[in-house]
Design a protein around this ligand. Sequence first.
Ligand code: GMT
Length: 412
Amino acid sequence: MFLILREYNSLNFTVNTNHFILVNFIPVSVSFQTLIRSSLYSLIDMNIGIVCYPTFGGSGVVATELGKALADKGHVVHFISYDQPVRLDAFNQNLYYHEVSFNNYPLFKYAPYEIALTSKIVDIVKAHKLEVIHVHYAIPHAAAAVTAKHILAREGIKLKIVTTLHGTDITLVGKDQSYEPVVSYSLHESDIVTAVSESLKKDTYANFSYDGDIHVIPNFIDFHRFNKQPKDHFKKAIAPHNEKILVHTSNFRQVKRVPDVLEIYRRVAAKMPAKLLLIGDGPERAAVEEECRNCEVCADVTFLGKQEAVEEILSIADLFIIPSETESFGLAALEAMACEVPVISTNTGGLPEVNIDGVTGYISNIGDVEKMGADALNILKDENLAMFKKQAKEHALNYKLENILPLYEKLY
Ligand code: GMT
């Protein structure tokens, strides 16, 4: 294809000097521009802002991995957050990080983070000519972006807002009366709204007065990182007698139901030699650790705390347990499947879309630890385990980064 790109300012394109993009049609209609934009989207580099939480797990991880992948493809990505995102750990000439800092004046009982974030968005959009702001997690990011958009519009600057809903911003926190009207308004004022699962899309329509489109774009896996690695020495250290290794990873909040993990494990350990590795930290950890110390399996349970290289631990695992009360997607389960680890999960939220019952593992009602224990034992049987592992990996491949990234690029 050989096109000459003229008047690219009016099309709002940035020319990628790595490609020969030449366009010689002027004037072009808006719909034609849209057509050209969407058909060339993978050739056009954009200036994109990403607003996210910087912490371990969930939305922050998805946002950071997405930004890194966009930067690798040639887009210029500006992260805006109150702290450096944890996975933003390597230099890339296309990646920038802008910290939202604010003055905590004594008059403020609560420092107005949303206002500081809004001002930062306005400043970065103007300074770096951002075309799109992609906010992850509605509260308060979508509201801040919407206000920034309105401020910029008064100066004749157009900003597109893509809002990605991740889970608790809809299912738990967002629907609370103290936030609902602002979340509904922010969804209406966003140009594009995406949700990470069909289930979350349904929940959004059920809980908010929003009737616009919601594009479902699932979480994704970077298979360069998440794949089964040869870690036999590590496996020997954890399970010297070839015990089965069960793993759970979460932020140890109540919705994760970590005590159920222990219950399921105890049922397995009563029938076959097994070890349990618990990764992560959070409010419930101390109580679960205490409970564990008082039961018969204590010596075979290890609390590893927060871990960077989760994929190395998943590489030696035989089973992943995620008995959550709500889970809009369950990225942790998908990461396990990518490393060939079958999953025992509940049937809540988006989990049945990720963990296919009887194929990649099993799903159960919330709290049904008896069934989850029996299903775990079934998967771990020698005659079944290899098949479940293979099927888990096969299904995870549907979510590879290379499949999902263009879906976002198309929306920008
Ligand atoms: O609960 C978490 O782990 C954090 C939370 C978040 O929003 O940061 O995670 C949500 O987003 C993840 C990425 O899209 C999903 O995989 C999780 O299922 C979702 N958590 C819940 O819905 C509880």
